[in-house]
Structures are given as C-alpha cells and as structure tokens.
Design a protein around this ligand. Structure first.
Ligand SMILES: NC(=O)c1ccc[n+]([C@@H]2O[C@H](COP(=O)([O-])OP(=O)(O)OC[C@H]3O[C@@H](n4cnc5c(N)ncnc54)[C@H](OP(=O)(O)O)[C@@H]3O)[C@@H](O)[C@H]2O)c1
Length: 339
C-alpha cells in the first residue's frame, strides 16, 4: 500500500497558525503513529509566513473565516476529524483599540463574547453538515460563571467557551462525536505575556513574580508544543464525550517559580499583588483578571467540571497518552527577554 493510500482520515484544524492549532498540526505531521491522517489547516491568510511554514510540512492550508459559514463548510469538506479552537483575545483587544466598532450598549467584552459565540455556532453548523465526520475536539476552558453558580460574572471570555461547548454537544447531528480538551494555562505565558506573568528583576538582582493570588493553589500548566498534539490524538481514540484536562503538570506558581529560578540560576520570590496593580497592568481587562485569580483560588481549576479527567486517569482507562514535564519546557525556553 502506498503512503498516500494509507491516509484514510482527514484532520482539519481551525486556528491553524495559532499557538494551539500549529502545535496540533506539527505533532500530527511529525509523529509516525499519525500517518493515517491527511492534514488541513485553516487560516484567513494562506500567504502569511505562518501558513507557508505549515505548507512546507506538507499540510494543506485552506482559506477559511469563522464568521463565514459557507467557508467553514468548505473547510470541513471530507473531514473525519476536527480540532476546533476560537480566539477571544484578538476580538477583545481589537474592540478595546477600535471602540468605533461597538454598537450602543456594547462593551469590548460583550462584543467579543457575541462574536465568539457566533463563530462557535458556525463551527457547530458546519460540522453538523459534514457527513464524513467521526470526531470533533473542542478546545474549551471552564466557565467561572457556571462553576461558581453565578458568583463570578466578569470572565465572559471563558464563559463563552462553555456556551459554545453546549451548542456543540446539543446538536443532534454531532451526537456521539464531540469531546473536549480543557487546555491549562500555557507554560509559555511568562515569556509571551511578561507584563502579567514574568518574574521582574529587582534592584538587588533577584527576581519577583507578582500575581493576584496566593501562589499556593496548583493549576494545570500546559506545554502545548510537546503535549497538545498527543492529547488530541488520545481524545480521538477515547470514547466521545471525554473531557480531558490539558495539564503537563499541576503546579503552584511558587513551584513554577522555584523551577524557573533554579534553571536560570537566579534567586526569586513570589508576592501577592494588589487589586490596583492588576487594574493598572491591563486597562479594560483588570476586573476579569481579578475574578480569574479569585476563581483559581476558590475552585479546583476545572471548577468541578463534571467528569473532566487528567491524562493519568485517561491512561488508567486504557487510552495511551503522553505528557512531558515543565522542567523540560523551561529548559527548552529562551528566557533571555525576561532575564
Ligand atoms: N493563554 C492561555 O494560557 C490559554 C489557556 C487555555 C486557553 N486559551 C485560549 O486559547 C484561545 C487562543 O488560542 P491560541 O493561543 O491558539 O490563539 P492564537 O495563537 O492567537 O491564534 C489564533 C488563531 O485563530 C485564527 N483566527 C482568528 N480569528 C479568526 C477568524 N475570524 N477566522 C478564522 N481564523 C481565525 C488565526 O489564524 P489566521 O490569523 O491565520 O487566520 C490564528 O491561527 C483564547 O481564546 C484563549 O482564551 C488560552
């Protein structure tokens, strides 16, 4: 049998050029055990450097727009498997920087919520009309509003992921086809979002990490480059309806800081910062960040999300799933920008 003939599955990845989508595609492109998948990544711009990089790996890159149902149907054509992710952040920052796009009564957060929910509904409709589809994995996040019984109401960019999940799971055509990955906090956040997460150099040469939390609560940290692809691969094999927590390791921020300091041979301490510091760091989003921190402290990260399992539990159920380590992720990272 030729290699081409062996490729019986077609995996379509949304957000293909982003952190999550590219990690999934690169895993499937490079992993010999995934040889049965043809790969298709969806981007709004097939001529961007990121799209060209995927094409060089032999991945088909198709133009698609989440706001355009027809283009999504085309993107999913022939798909047996879909990895679906939507991006809240660009929508929010776009609305903060261009308030003219808001209609009366809309805030940047409500605008982003409504747009993202519309994207999610389009994904559900397009997937429902894809007759070849066997499995769709939705990239979700626990909903602070739902998990707290309505106590936390300002994290709409996380709540909307659960609303999209409900749309996907309730589509009759998608019954028995949907699973969820609850991706933990990216382990790259201190480098990618330094103003919030990076340990800051102090006048005495030591480093201080200042977050609005005690730093004593373990949270799942996700090494996307190593682990997201294998998690999605495992979810394709696990029974539908499986909710997997995307955790390379469950660590407190203090534990993370100690690993980071040891690797970089520096001294570092953790400080719980004030509300005012958080509000000043990210204008327009401070209230949401304060609630996220409180949610982390009060609830286990999955917020009691019914039936969510960690990779080791999936392994116990007979589904092979690999996880890396945060020490390895830190060792691979170029921290020069924050040192
Ligand atoms: N940061 C964390 O620790 C963390 C943890 C868990 C979950 N998350 C969630 O992850 C999400 C972001 O995922 P990411 O980090 O992979 O995002 P990302 O790196 O910013 O990439 C976003 C991707 O979405 C595509 N895209 C954006 N708008 C689109 C549209 N209208 N139509 C088609 N494609 C569109 C972009 O592709 P093109 O530009 O090529 O079209 C890009 O590939 C956020 O919602 C966030 O809440 C983040």
């Amino acid at each position: 049998m030729t290699d081409q003939a062996a490729k019986t599955n077609l995996l379509v990845v949304l957000g293909a050029t982003g952190n999550q989508g590219s990690a999934v595609l690169k895993h499937f492109a490079n992993d010999p055990s995934s040889h049965s998948y043809k790969l298709r990544g969806i981007s709004r711009n097939i001529n961007s450097d990121a799209s060209k990089e995927l094409a060089q790996l032999g991945i088909e890159v198709l133009q698609g727009e989440l706001n355009d149902l027809a283009s999504l149907k085309e993107a999913f054509s022939g798909a047996t498997h879909i990895f679906a992710n939507t991006d809240s952040n660009a929508l929010i920052f776009n609305a903060i920087s261009q308030p003219d796009i808001l209609t009366e009564g809309q805030t940047a957060l409500s605008y982003a919520h409504d747009m993202e929910l519309a994207y999610g509904k389009n994904i559900a409709d397009a997937a429902a009309s894809t007759l070849t589809l066997q499995r769709l994995v939705w990239s979700g996040i626990p909903s602070p509003k739902k998990c707290s019984g309505g106590k936390y109401t300002k994290v709409s960019m996380w709540d909307v992921k659960e609303e999209i999940s409900e749309v996907l799971y309730s589509k009759p055509e998608l019954k028995g086809k949907v699973s969820t990955i609850l991706v933990g906090i990216y382990a790259t956040m201190p480098i990618k979002l330094p103003m919030l997460y990076a340990p800051q150099k102090q006048p005495d040469g030591t480093y201080e990490m200042a977050l609005h939390m005690t730093g004593d609560r373990p949270i799942p940290l996700a090494d996307l480059d190593t682990d997201l692809g294998p998690w999605i691969s495992a979810l394709f094999k696990a029974p539908p309806g499986t909710k997997l927590v995307g955790a390379t390791e469950n660590l407190t921020w203090k534990e993370w800081l100690s690993k980071w300091a040891k690797h970089n041979n520096v001294r570092a301490s953790f400080r719980r910062c004030s509300d005012d510091e958080v509000l000043a760091k990210v204008p327009g989003l401070g209230d949401s960040l304060l609630e996220i921190a409180s949610f982390f402290e009060e609830f286990e990260w999955t917020g009691g999300s019914t039936g969510a399992v960690y990779p080791e539990e999936l392994r116990k159920r007979g589904v092979e799933v690999s996880v890396g380590s945060i020490d390895e992720q830190i060792a691979r990272s170029d921290c020069s920008s924050i040192l």
